[in-house]
Design a protein around this ligand. Structure first.
Ligand SMILES: Cc1ncc(C[n+]2csc(CCOP(=O)(O)OP(=O)(O)O)c2C)c(N)n1
Length: 300
């Protein structure tokens, strides 16, 4: 249900300014986060979602510094822990669109277990991975997606382990929606985010994000010369997981972007809760205040 502010504006379609923030952007010049922020707002406008109908949840990191750069409800959590918070929000109010953001470090390092269970639980969350191939906010340490031997300030010879391939990893988790895009193309990101937000269930979107300060090897131009959208492949069938694995594999030369995999029969976690099937209320409306004095006294 729209909030009081939005009630007056419901006759108007959502506009970019509805999701604007007065705060000053602090990202480096040319950081891919500018494009991601713009594309998320564009997607929400295209879907005519009001600020009070959405909650954007941010992890810690450069990506997380977007938490106060967008209108609507926002949540800023602990490093690597944004997914459980977002899944909780999605269960608490099934009418709210939940969009969560995390870096490659937080998501595939500290919080990798949360990604696994968010995906397999198929919570109604759109998750956007800001994959800039490094831990950006703490000055460019190698992350799980930093390429083997890619020289970083804090590991001058580069990591000695193979990089994790996020799409291959998530496809293997019985995911219901997997997509990829890159931060140099706001139009493409918008298109992919719209599809992801519409998906009932956990929609995983990897954004190859430029990091002009700490990752000099893969700027926007590098991606631009290599990407193609799977929708341009005449026989591509996004419901075929084996085909998605195959087309998504190459992340060096011919990089597939767009909606790589989608399960049309996806049933989100909230719709699997048989015990709630006959209830007309949302969990968030069922919360009550419990005085905890008695409990606390027991420990005195
Ligand atoms: C549990 C925990 N580990 C480490 C940190 C320190 N820390 C804060 S931001 C950050 C880097 C974030 O990198 P990433 O998640 O890739 O996001 P990016 O900054 O690149 O967007 C780190 C290591 C922390 N705050 N909490």
């Amino acid at each position: 249900m729209p909030c009081n502010t939005c009630v007056t504006a419901t006759s108007q379609p959502t506009q970019m300014k509805d999701f604007a923030s007065a705060n000053i952007f602090t990202w480096c010049t040319n950081c891919g986060n500018y494009g991601i922020n713009a594309a998320v707002r564009r997607a929400l406008v295209e879907l005519d979602i009001k600020p009070c109908e959405t909650i954007t949840c941010f992890d810690i990191g450069c990506n997380g510094n977007g938490a106060d750069k967008i209108g609507g409800y926002t949540f800023h959590g602990l490093h690597g822990r944004v997914i459980p918070a977002a899944c909780g929000a999605a269960l608490a109010n099934t009418e709210t669109k939940v969009i969560a953001f995390g870096g490659d470090g937080g998501t595939l390092g500290e919080g990798v277990g949360h990604l696994v269970h968010g995906v397999r639980g198929n919570y109604n969350v759109t998750f956007i991975l800001h994959n800039n191939l490094n831990y950006g906010l703490t000055k460019g340490q190698a992350s799980p997606t930093t390429k083997k031997n890619m020289k970083m300030d804090s590991s001058p010879d580069g990591p000695t382990s193979e990089a994790l391939h996020p799409v291959r990893f998530v496809l293997a988790l019985e995911s219901t929606f997997v997509a990829r895009t890159f931060s140099g193309d706001v139009k493409h990101m918008t298109k992919v985010f719209v599809e992801a937000i519409k998906h009932p269930g956990f929609s995983f979107v990897e954004v190859f994000q430029s990091c002009p300060t700490y990752n000099k090897q893969t700027p926007h131009e590098w991606y631009q010369q290599r990407v193609f959208d799977v929708s341009t492949v005449s026989d591509y069938d996004p419901s075929n997981r084996a085909r998605a694995f195959e087309i998504a594999e190459d992340i060096e030369n011919k990089i597939a972007i767009g909606v790589l995999y989608k399960d049309k029969n996806s049933v989100p976690q909230s719709a699997r809760q048989q015990n709630r099937a006959k209830l007309n209320t949302q969990l968030v409306e069922e919360t009550r205040q419990y005085p905890i004095d008695t409990l606390l006294k027991a420990f005195r």
